[in-house]
Design a protein around this ligand. Structure first.
Ligand code: SHN
Ligand code: NAI
Length: 226
């Protein structure tokens, strides 16, 4: 049995990858899964001797660059060049010694390294993106299948209304900042809107209907005070 990762060492963080470079080594099924995820966020390069068809499709549609190369004979200088300025390097070939060599060069150049054969330093989560909501899920290497299973379960109850509620809360909190002086009161109003079933039900009909009920809740607070 694999040794359990100490979960207390790992913290989920959200990082803007828009002007970052991610370099994946290995164009197999794992390289494809990682490239599919990262190409939505970062400039993604896959270096490999060959590429599964999905990666070729991805490179024609998304920001994925494929570099064809035999890495067993790659020089130190070339490897240094490949990992230069990378924010994250993912050694995902099926050759352990090669992945270890790539990892050493990447770490030396200051990049983060995601090992695909164990949780070590950087672990990639299952990701849910719905409107303005982002959720990352991990078992830190104990059971990637459970991460995926959990993602699918959570996805069933994150309805489109969550996105609408985020937009509504964003609008209301900006409005409240201008109209209600006390932070405690602003917080109370936002929670009343959030926990009001009729707001959620109205959002199912339209955003405007939800907004109207939320606005009435806000008005009621104001008039109670006055
Ligand atoms: C440590 C980690 C390293 C890393 O950061 O990559 C790692 C390692 C390994 N995964 C393996 C197998 C599988 N990986 C998946 C799926 C995902 N794996 C992902 C992450 C991680 N995988 C990191 C830990 C994350 C965590 O623990 O939460 C996800 C979350 C993210 C992503 O990769 O995009 C993505 C789900 C995305 C989604 O939501 O869909 C499935 C599920 C399936 O295919 O059905 C299986 C088969 C079933 C199973 O094994 O559970 C094996 C081979 C084991 C063997 O040899 O048998 C190893 C190596 C090892 O453990 O030795
Ligand atoms: N993190 C995860 O979710 C998982 C991780 N793994 C690990 O990831 C590794 C890769 O798994 P797969 O993608 O399924 O393997 P794969 O065999 O499908 O792909 C390996 C890739 O590495 C490339 N490669 C091999 N030697 C090369 C060389 N000398 N030069 C250039 N490219 C070379 C191959 O061309 C191929 O594209 C496995 O060995 C395993 O340790 C496996 C399953 C899931």
């Amino acid at each position: 049995m694999a040794e359990q990762t100490d979960s207390h060492r790992y913290l989920p963080l959200f990082i803007d990858l828009s002007d970052r470079k991610v370099v994946i080594f290995g164009g197999g099924s794992v390289g494809l899964r990682k490239a599919s995820l990262f190409s939505d966020y970062a400039h993604t390069i896959v270096v490999s001797a060959d590429f599964v068809p999905g990666l070729k499709d991805l490179s024609s549609s998304a920001s994925v660059e494929l570099v064809s190369m035999d890495l067993l004979s790659v020089s130190d200088e070339k490897l240094e060049e490949l990992v230069m300025d990378a924010f994250l390097v993912i050694p995902a070939t099926n050759i352990v010694e090669l992945n270890d060599r790539i990892k050493e060069f990447a770490r030396r150049s200051g990049a983060l390294v995601n090992r695909v054969d164990m949780a070590d330093g950087v672990v990639i989560p299952s990701v849910i993106k719905r409107g303005g909501l982002t959720i990352g899920i991990s078992t830190l290497g104990s059971s990637p299948a459970v991460s995926k299973y959990t993602r699918k379960k959570i996805e069933t109850f994150i309805t489109p209304q969550y996105g609408d509620m985020i937009k509504l809360q964003d609008e209301m909190r900006n409005l409240l900042k201008g109209k209600v002086a006390e932070q405690k009161t602003r917080k109370a109003i936002l929670w009343e809107i959030l926990e009001d079933r009729s707001v959620w039900e109205a959002l199912e009909v339209s955003y405007e209907k939800g907004y109207k009920i939320a606005y009435d809740i806000f008005q009621e607070h104001i008039s109670k005070k006055g």
